[in-house]
Ligand binder design. Structure first.
Ligand SMILES: O=C(O)CCC(=O)C(=O)O
Ligand SMILES: [Mn+2]
Length: 238
């Protein structure tokens, strides 16, 4: 992580953080095989940094935002190729940004920010201290919808990207596991992404870890997640 990114991370607002990193390590416990990530900053064992702000947004604001995004965003269900077959993604998605972005083998074109997302982007940028020029939105209709394990490590995001993730609606488990399989049993983390929370992944997190949102049979509610990123603008050709 560059010095400016480090400075930006340490300047993150601490609303809702009740534990210092040291207290958290002392209080950590295991959920299944995963160590629970609590509020505040955690330096991951294999490298990378995570900051979690469970109460980043006040609840009436989070309720309003959830309702507005649910109704106004142009949600669609994408397809992915799995074992040679085209299948529908287990969630709905939408994307807005200043620049084109290629992820999971598909390219999405720059699309203007609706005012509600422009306002949220400003707030997220102020919290992380770096510019963010795209947002990917995911709508999980219930616990049958999910996000497979992956890393946000496309070359367009550059080295050590900062990914700022806002969650609204039904709480869902988020898993972070080392890319190295032999380290997963003792080196995985989990946390519950609550309504109005902000999770920031930074440093070499995407290099060493994968993350995902597993299915949760008991979850009946909807959840919207927004991941803000900074896509590097490619120099235009001759
Ligand atoms: O829904 C989430 O919390 C995860 C979203 C995510 O990892 C992504 O959009 O890349
Ligand atoms: Mn991701």
């Amino acid at each position: 992580m560059s010095a400016s990114q480090l400075a930006a991370m340490s300047a993150l607002t601490s609303v809702g953080d009740t534990m210092s990193a040291t207290t958290w390590h002392a209080a950590s416990r295991y959920i299944g095989i995963s160590m629970e990530l609590a509020a505040g900053e955690t330096h991951l064992a294999f490298g990378g940094l995570v900051r979690f702000h469970p109460n980043w947004m006040d609840l009436p604001k989070a309720d309003d935002l959830l309702g507005e995004l649910r109704a106004s965003v142009g949600w669609s269900q994408g397809t992915i190729v799995l074992f040679g077959r085209e299948v529908q993604e287990p969630r709905l998605t939408a994307w807005y940004g200043d620049v084109d972005y290629t992820y999971s083998g598909r390219t999405v074109k720059a699309a203007p920010w609706p005012p509600v997302l422009a306002t949220l982007r400003s707030r997220v940028q102020a919290a992380v201290g770096v510019p963010l020029n795209t947002v990917l939105l995911n709508l999980y209709r219930d616990g049958k919808d999910s996000m497979g394990m992956h890393s946000d490590d496309e070359p367009e995001l550059g080295r050590d990207p900062i990914i700022a993730s806002v969650s609204l609606g039904a709480p869902r488990k988020f898993v972070l596991e080392p890319k190295r399989k032999s380290a997963r049993r003792n080196g995985s983390y989990a946390l519950v992404l609550s309504h109005g929370s902000l999770l920031v992944m930074a440093g070499s997190c995407q290099h060493h870890y994968r993350h995902g949102v597993p299915k949760e049979a008991k979850c009946r509610g909807e959840r919207i997640n927004l991941t803000f990123r900074h896509v590097l603008v490619q120099p235009s050709g001759p």
